[in-house]
Design a protein around this ligand. Structure first.
Ligand SMILES: [Zn+2]
Length: 419
């Protein structure tokens, strides 16, 4: 059997397995949550009212219903782009319009991203103005939504186009080790974006005001000193303009490190609970989770680019996925798009690994928080957060293995009680 046919068959089988697995996980989650909807789990009878428990169940089920459509649409789009000839047609149209060359290559990738974004728009709108709205989480107005979208688009073009241009140019002119140079450029670009994010990018979307609550500030400063951390400032972000969901996070590098609280968090938690949440975030720093995550991500990018470097040279890689490669001009943009389309089909089977690692890190951060602040504060803060975000207390264990980057509340609380 020739290589392109082998690839076609492997791809179709992997896609079927991928879709079947996702539907199976969804079905499990629906069954599990629905089965436990009638009563609050015994451990939480005193802490969580039945109405909250049922709201969390209904919210979880509503999100799953939407994700059913998402899975189906994704699979249909993927087939449309590849075996049904969508990408090939787009490439031909752009070749007719622009002729071969770098502008056509860049235009191919950009128009592929644009078409995907447009087709995904209805579901994203249903998510924000349908599900989130119905459960009282959405706070964004259509006007702000449009403004966000416009800014995101301009920013994406400004940040993405130069990088894309350089990568395509390296593929063309960088020799057999182009993927190594491209990797270096991508790593530097990402570090640069992370460095400018707190001061340049994030203020485009949100207002950051210095934390004014003096007693909380003193508390938080004392905690940081105890734990041996420095931060340049404490800020409150107007997250409530968009959503009632809440969070706290660290951003910035070295001396520009800052702590950001969502205004929604300040409304929901007591100062002692805020301190516990912050101690959890400090735990992530203490154990260098962010650095470890970045190293892993960079290593995966390198492996991916090396693989792409090899695949881009194989005729069967194009033909097997429904594209006729140009015999004269460059195929680099085609290879790049095909790679972005196909890799997630296979990498989804590794999702439990990444999710497991992330959940372990959450446990580590919890343990650190408990070593710095009273465990009771973190426990009540977590319960409030899970409750206010309508996270179900009774997720399906297999669904958790695949999708949960944070352990379910019950797992975190029982682990803390055991310690
Ligand atoms: Zn965490």
């Amino acid at each position: 059997m020739d290589a392109s046919l082998t690839l076609t068959l492997t791809f179709v089988l992997a896609l079927l397995a991928n879709v079947a697995l996702k539907f199976w996980l969804n079905a499990r989650q629906v069954r599990h949550v629905a089965q436990h909807r009638h009563a609050v789990p015994l451990d939480y009878v005193n802490a969580v009212p039945l109405s909250d428990h049922q709201k969390a169940a209904d919210y979880t089920l509503a999100k799953i219903r939407l994700s059913q459509w998402d899975i189906a649409l994704d699979a249909a789009l993927l087939l449309g782009w590849t075996l049904l000839g969508g990408l090939h047609a787009l490439n031909q149209v752009l070749l007719d319009l622009m002729g071969p060359g770098m502008p056509q290559q860049v235009a191919l990738v950009l128009s592929f991203v644009a078409v995907g974004g447009l087709l995904g728009l209805p579901l994203s709108l249903m998510q924000t103005f349908g599900v989130e709205q119905r459960f009282g989480f959405n706070k964004i107005t259509p006007k702000l939504w449009l403004a966000d979208m416009g800014k995101g688009l301009v920013l994406g073009l400004l940040v993405g186009t130069p990088l894309l241009w350089v990568v395509l140019w390296l593929m063309q002119a960088g020799g057999t080790l182009w993927w190594l140079w491209a990797w270096g450029v991508m790593v530097l670009w990402q570090l640069f974006l992370m460095a400018i994010a707190p001061n340049v990018i994030m203020p485009l979307f949100n207002k950051f005001t210095p934390l004014e609550d003096e007693s909380l500030k003193t508390r938080v400063q004392a905690l940081m000193q105890r734990a041996g951390f420095t931060a340049k400032g404490f800020f409150v972000m107007d997250g409530s303009r968009r959503s009632a969901h809440s969070n706290a996070f660290f951003t910035g590098f070295g001396a520009s490190k800052r702590v950001v609280f969502f205004d929604t968090l300040l409304q929901q938690l007591s100062p002692a609970e805020m301190e516990a949440v912050l101690a959890h975030e400090l735990g992530h720093f203490k154990y260098r989770h962010i650095v470890k995550m970045m190293v892993t991500q960079f290593a995966m990018t390198l492996a991916g680019l090396a693989l792409l470097g090899w695949l881009a040279q194989q005729v069967w890689f194009y033909v097997g996925l429904g594209v006729m490669p140009n015999l004269t001009g460059s195929n680099n943009a085609l290879a790049l798009v095909l790679f972005m389309l196909v890799v997630p089909v296979f990498s989804f089977f590794l999702a439990p690994l990444a999710s497991w690692r992330s959940r372990q890190q959450e446990f580590e951060a919890d343990a650190y928080a408990v070593s710095q602040t009273p465990g009771q504060d973190l426990a009540s803060a977590l319960l409030k957060l899970y409750q206010d975000n309508a996270s179900t207390l009774t997720p399906d264990p297999w669904y958790v293995k695949f999708y949960y980057s944070h352990p379910p509340a019950s797992a975190r609380l029982s682990r803390m009680r055991a310690a």
